[in-house]
Design a protein around this ligand. Structure first.
Ligand SMILES: Cc1ncc(COP(=O)(O)O)c(C=O)c1O
Length: 439
């Protein structure tokens, strides 16, 4: 099929996520048809090349078509693609769980020792939410059935995950169907409202867990939490005997410069949700970590119905787990995190220069993730109607960069960790040119 035929067929039959289909299907919209990738570069059906500036929606870690991940997938395919993890087990999932546990400290009061596999970020969170609620039921504290999360949070789109979300345009319309959840704006707000007699007080005795995107909120606009806030939150959770769920779906697997964002503040949560980069960004796979103490609450006689009655058909998929193991091997064998440090410094320097551009407001960076706010002539954020962020990204394509904005006005730069220094320079230059052209 030609590019034109593919696009025509897409517009007839496909429905894209988070997309206004009226505009997508408009005759003047010519979507890119991506057909190949090597390292940080993607190629479209017309042979044009682009730097994958948002790591294919925050998933890709070591680049596309990495020979070690491709080989691991092929090798596993020649054995078997998928077998059920319900009633059976398999070597790839077993070994991956062991390796994942090894990424967290063991000599702590509550080490993360258990891993539950699923499909994507939303189901990793869904699993943590249900485990937390069920755990409190088994511990004889069923009143703990409410969650705490942060304003503007994004934790996914299945109903449990959506319950925790704080972005009205995504989550508001489903609020009647959500799990009970209280949103707080900051750690100070949380601490103040949990004092007895406080205005708008939080009844800590009914909280099952607090969930947070550690260090940086992504979909909210790449917003940074103050340094030390995560450790403070851990202390608050310990004080009140409440679980801490770290949503490392975006921040996990090196994006922050360490394997997990929580590691920057020496925090070990009670649950960790990871997905996106877990398989190197190759295949849908998620893992929800928890502690032995949580796990043990689910042990008992059949008559007690304590099993965790939750799961998905592709749990523990052998090909996805093989890809994830290859990705973790690349971290070890290619010193990925060590090599990332100078690239993070280069990105900081280039973003600092970009910040002086007229239509750039704040720039926020966390390791290898950055958000760049666009502002109009008066220094104010653009209104949604002009779609300025999206138009800047389309303009940046001409200079060889693919990315997308969040919240309409914040450009995201989050290339695969393997991106070269020259490609980082080209990426920031492409954004600068795109901003100059559109703003
Ligand atoms: C922090 C965070 N949690 C959860 C999710 C949901 O992940 P998925 O889209 O794989 O369901 C996302 C997706 O962007 C995310 O950024």
């Amino acid at each position: 099929m030609t590019t034109a035929e593919l696009i025509a067929s897409d517009k007839r039959h496909c429905w894209h996520p988070f997309t206004q289909q009226r505009d997508w299907c408009a005759p003047e919209n010519e979507p890119l048809v991506l057909v190949e990738g090597r390292g940080a570069i993607l190629r479209d059906s017309e042979g044009r090349e682009y730097i994958d500036g948002n790591s294919s929606i925050w998933t890709n870690i070591h680049g596309h078509c990495h020979p070690k991940i491709n080989a691991a997938i092929r090798e596993q395919l020649d054995k078997v693609a998928h077998t059920s993890f319900l009633g059976f087990t398999n070597p790839q999932a077993i070994l991956l769980a062991e390796e994942l546990v090894g990424l967290w400290p063991r000599e702590v009061p509550r080490p993360l020792t258990r891993v539950f596999f699923g499909d994507d970020g939303s189901t990793a969170i869904e699993c943590a939410v249900k485990m937390a609620v069920q755990c409190w039921q088994h511990r004889g504290q069923p009143r703990r059935n409410r969650f705490l999360s942060f304003a503007n949070a994004y934790h996914g789109d299945t109903m449990g995950a959506s319950s925790l979300g704080g972005i009205n345009v995504f989550h508001g319309r489903f609020s009647a169907f959500h799990f009970p959840c209280t949103h707080v704006s900051s750690i100070d707000d949380l601490i103040a409202r949990s004092e007895p007699g406080a205005a708008d007080a939080i009844d800590v005795g009914e909280i099952a867990a607090v969930v947070i995107e550690p260090l940086m909120q992504g979909a909210a606009g790449m917003r940074l939490w103050p340094s030390g806030m995560l450790a403070q939150l851990r202390t608050w959770c310990d004080r009140h005997g409440i679980f801490l769920i770290a949503d490392e779906v975006m921040t996990g697997f090196g994006r922050t410069g360490k394997m997990f964002a929580s590691h920057h503040e020496n925090v070990v949560p009670d649950f960790v949700a990871c997905a996106k980069g877990l398989s190197g960004g190759y295949l849908p796979l998620c893992a929800t970590y928890t502690t032995e103490a949580v796990y043990e609450a689910f042990l008992g006689d059949y008559t007690e119905a304590k099993s965790f009655f939750y799961g998905h058909s592709f749990t523990g998929n052998q090909v996805a787990c093989a890809a994830a193991r290859a990705s973790l091997a690349i971290f070890r064998e290619e010193q990925v995190l060590e090599k990332l440090a100078p690239k993070i410094d280069l990105l900081s320097r280039l973003l600092g220069e970009l910040e002086s551009q007229r239509h750039v407001g704040a720039v926020r960076q966390c390791g290898f993730m950055a958000g760049i706010d666009l502002v109009d002539d008066a220094g104010q954020p653009y209104g949604l109607e002009g779609q300025v962020g999206a138009r800047v990204c389309v303009a940046a394509r001409k200079h060889g960069l693919l990315t997308r904005p969040v919240t309409g006005n914040t450009l995201v730069l989050m290339p695969p960790l393997c991106v070269t220094e020259a490609q980082i320079e080209q990426s920031v230059e492409a954004l600068a040119l795109g901003i100059e052209e559109i703003c």
